[in-house]
Every structure is written in C-alpha cells, then in structure tokens.
Design a protein around this ligand. Structure first.
Ligand SMILES: CC(C)(COP(=O)(O)OP(=O)(O)OC[C@H]1O[C@@H](n2cnc3c(N)ncnc32)[C@H](O)[C@@H]1OP(=O)(O)O)[C@@H](O)C(=O)NCCC(=O)NCCS
Length: 126
C-alpha cells in the first residue's frame, strides 16, 4: 500500500502485552476489533448517525504484528449503496528505532446506517 491510497488516519494505538498469542504475536482478533472501531468512526460520520457492521470482506493478514509496534488504522469510503457503506480499513505498523513502516492488515468493512428501530436507514446525500 502506498501512502497516497491509505485514506484518513483514524486511530493510533499500541497493543498491550495481554494481547499476545502463543506465537508471541498480537492476536488477530484484537487487530480486527481496532479495524471495526476505526471503520465505524468513518462510517458513522458519513452516515451522520448510528451504523452497524454487517460484513467484513477480503480480510487479509499480511504480516504479523509484533510487541512494540505502534499501530495506525486508516479508513476510506470505497463503496456507497442505498443504506450501506463499504469502508476500506488498512493497518500499518511503525516498528523499531528506524521507524520502519509495515503493512499489517486490510479489509473491506460494510456498515449499514440504522434508524431508531435499528432497521436500515437511507444514507444522507454526499
Ligand atoms: C444491519 C441489519 C440491520 C441489516 O438488516 P437487513 O435486513 O440485512 O437489511 P437489508 O437486507 O435491507 O440490507 C441493508 C444493506 O446491507 C447490505 N448488506 C446486507 N448484508 C450484506 C453482506 N453480507 N455484505 C455486504 N452488504 C450487505 C445490503 O446490500 C443493503 O445495502 P444497500 O441498501 O446499500 O443496498 C441487520 O443485518 C443486523 O442488525 N445485523 C446485525 C448487526 C450487528 O449486530 N453488527 C455487529 C455489531 S455493530
């Protein structure tokens, strides 16, 4: 991924030691939850209200996340439907003293705008 197509920087987080799996890497589920949070922030702003995650497609774990990585989560609108938004979420680690950037994960999160009854709501213009 180039820096040009990453989208907006939504979150910057450091995983805690409790998130380590038996390989000594960070749990994929922890990364996924950060992506869902970041995608939800972007989708909620575009939908101007409540959204729910309805699907995650093309999820790729590209490289392992290591203890000490500083994690940046990027989001951008990739698809707009009647009630749903496809938000591309990419995760990049900054690693080590030389601040090397490593692509970690990418996925397309689909969020549905919700009304007061938690049913799909037509997205606002633009
Ligand atoms: C989100 C929810 C209200 C949608 O209800 P639904 O009856 O499936 O609604 P619809 O069939 O009208 O689909 C709504 C939109 O979602 C899209 N959608 C539904 N399932 C999808 C899937 N698997 N992949 C991609 N898009 C999907 C539809 O294409 C439609 O988009 P559009 O209006 O832009 O064309 C319902 O599925 C739900 O409550 N799911 C649980 C959400 C949740 O708890 N998420 C985790 C915590 S946030």
């Amino acid at each position: 991924m180039t820096t040009d197509n990453r989208g907006e920087l939504v979150l910057r987080v450091v995983p805690r030691l409790t998130e380590i799996n038996s390989n000594g890497h960070i749990f994929g589920g922890w990364i996924l939850s950060q992506m869902d949070i970041a995608g939800g922030i972007v989708a909620g702003r575009l939908a101007r209200g409540a959204v729910a995650t309805v699907a995650i497609d093309g999820m790729k774990f590209i490289s392992p996340m290591l203890v000490g990585d500083v994690v940046a989560v990027y989001g951008r609108e990739e698809r707009r439907g009647r009630t749903s938004l496809g938000i591309r979420v990419d995760v990049v680690a900054t690693r080590g003293v030389d601040q090397q950037e490593v692509d970690l994960t990418s996925g397309l999160f689909t969020f549905v705008a919700l009304d007061e009854e938690h049913r799909p709501r037509v997205l606002p213009e633009g």
